[in-house]
Design a protein around this ligand. Structure first.
Ligand SMILES: Nc1ncnc2c1ncn2[C@@H]1O[C@H](COP(=O)(O)OP(=O)(O)OP(=O)(O)O)[C@@H](O)[C@H]1O
Ligand SMILES: [Mg+2]
Length: 263
């Protein structure tokens, strides 16, 4: 069993504190869902886990099997089995999907091991079929001109090829049609097991119908304010997030404009 442990994590971007003390432990074999209103810090947490340079950790720790993840470079984290599917995947004109995916798979080969290109292409074609993208995508530039759903399907292909230990899926379900949603669930359920854990960030109940999360967490203003099971999702669907501030006595944030204008 492998463990990803986040303790009292605080982080800021552009001098603004976004994460205010996150505590979360994900073990292989577990599927966690993270929900929370827009701007609560879900993507910030994902980016911090992946090692995005714009985000500064100001306190707390993240460890992978006891090893300090924050000390690892982005590549090292990826090689250690951390995978992030971006909420807004980047477009990279000039880099074909075929070359990009070959490179990320090659990086995982053991020293001295050589890639079998024809079996890689066979694998890639099978994955394109699974996510419902035409084989001609192999020669297209990464995400350039892709529709919203095609970008999400590309993220899914990367997850399936890399078979990560911990996958963080940041709104992989946004913009996906109903068939593609089922494909996401199939992809996750295929990997689910002793060597795989996931953090699924979502706004919708729908994805939970096919991926049954073991734990559901609510992030609010940079803190996990409540954790529970699937019933939390149903409660959010019916009540929204308005009750969280009252229940947890969260003060209104000071008016930023007043502060800026007064200074
Ligand atoms: N470069 C930046 N400068 C200032 N604020 C930023 C910057 N980047 C992110 N933020 C702010 O951080 C907060 C958290 O953003 P984040 O993207 O983590 O939210 P989220 O929970 O993923 O929201 P959503 O559900 O809309 O995806 C937001 O208020 C956002 O405007
Ligand atoms: Mg987000």
């Amino acid at each position: 069993m492998q463990t990803l442990t986040i303790k009292n994590l605080t982080a800021e971007v552009d001098g603004k504190q976004i994460l205010n003390g996150i505590n979360l432990e994900i073990k292989t074999g577990e599927i966690h869902a993270l929900m929370g209103p827009n701007g609560s810090g879900k993507s910030t947490l994902s980016n911090v886990l992946a090692g995005h340079p714009d985000y500064t950790v100001t306190g707390g720790s993240i460890s992978l099997n006891g090893e300090d993840l924050l000390e690892m470079s982005v590549t090292k984290r990826s090689l250690a089995g951390i995978f992030l599917a971006f909420q807004q995947p980047l477009e990279v004109p000039g880099l074909t999907i075929g070359k990009y995916l070959k490179r990320i798979v090659e990086l995982r080969l053991a020293e001295g091991e050589r890639m079998n290109v024809s079996s890689f292409i066979k694998d890639l074609k099978a994955n394109l079929d699974t996510v419902g993208l035409d084989h001609s995508f192999i020669n297209r530039y990464l995400n350039e001109g892709f529709s919203g759903g095609e970008k999400k399907r590309m993220e899914l292909i990367q997850m399936m090829l890399l078979k990560p230990t911990f996958a963080i899926l940041d709104e992989i379900d946004s913009g996906l049609d109903i068939d593609a949603l089922k494909t996401v669930a199939t992809g996750v359920n295929k990997l689910k097991g002793g060597n795989f854990g996931a953090l699924i960030i979502t706004h919708y109940q729908r994805i939970m119908e096919n991926i049954n999360p073991d734990f559901v967490h609510i992030l609010y203003q940079g803190r996990i304010v409540k954790s529970g099971g699937r019933d939390l999702v149903d409660m959010l669907e019916s009540k929204g997030y308005g009750w969280v501030r009252e229940e947890f006595n969260i003060p209104e944030e000071a008016d930023e404009y007043q502060r800026t204008i007064a200074s």
